[in-house]
Design a binder for this molecule. Sequence first.
Ligand SMILES: *Cc1c(COP(=O)(O)O)cnc(C)c1O
Length: 381
Amino acid sequence: MQERIYLSPPHMSGNEMKYIQEAFDSNWIAPLGTNVDKFEEEICDYVGMEHGLALSSGTAGIHLALKYFGVGPGDYVFCSDLTFAGSCNPILYQYANPVFIDSEPETWNMSPIALEKAFEWAKKENKMPKAVIIVDLYGQSADYDALLPICEHYGVPVIEDAAEALGASYKGKKCGSFGHIGIFSFNGNKIITTSGGGMIVSNDEEAIKKMRFWATQSREPAKHYEHKEVGYNYRISNISAGIGRGQLQALDSFIDNRKFIFEQYKNKLKELPICFMPISDLGNPNYWLTVLTLKENVELNPEYIINKLEMENIESRPLWKPMHLQPIFIDVPMFYHSETECIGNNLFEYGICLPSGSSMTLEQLELVIDTLKDIFESVKQ
Ligand SMILES: *Cc1c(COP(=O)(O)O)cnc(C)c1O
């Protein structure tokens, strides 16, 4: 059987080892060191933000951001519904209540209409959120010119979950720079990886300072380890940060590769009864994953196609299962884009994520395309 084609495997640029070697040479095998400092600076330069805080995960970043905005027991936090659980689990770490906001059809990101409805409810019920977490899904920016004024109007700060969207932009500005605090993930499946890691970016120096303190076990400046507040062990290692520095140098070429893959799928599968994730002309995605949806009258369903691809050793996946459908969040309030349907549910019901890794070869891409054509062909007869 041919080698497995993964959804989004790690892709090393070749420069990572140089920075790892430097860490070994200087014996900084620790959650601090030159690679950590430089990685923070380099990400900030790339994104156009002033301050960065490198962490062990993107989820840790969201947790610290919520804590920074004073989210605590009984508080409310609004969050995109169609996302990965890492976006909203930290709300529960703080014993607060999530409220989920449906997607809009244009980019599949948070619907401004649903967000406005949620704020009207919160105002009436006296449940104003302490923060709004807006996700940039599958590497495409949310519509910030529509979303941010609503949050500003109600005086609620925004956390931008750009875990999937490093390198994407909206009206010329990079994702991660739209909220008061932005977060990235460098998990193994993301567009660049540190084998596991994350980053907070912000122009608010005080905020970064405070979150850095919490992320480093809230150590007061005393030799004997003095603690006045609860702390976390959330920093990234100097080795991992070295991988990140090598990866960042290749990011723009990774985006080019993923865009090429998206365009090949789109051109070569245009005869099939499918749609691709719409690309808004307000921004440039990083094309992290190519995602398609089946047209509603098609006899096939995603599960069937995913299993058929699996038989050829090709990894594909359904979309993120919307958070309001998850057993753990079943009682959470949810606000919809439309009166008659849930956009996120529809996408989940009909959507498939295709292999999109920047290291995928042309032969592998052709194989996925031909296999998909065969699957659709086989049900016609
Ligand atoms: C991956 C991801 C996270 C979590 O990042 P980790 O580094 O895995 O903790 C959060 N939100 C979204 C949208 C993600 O895709």
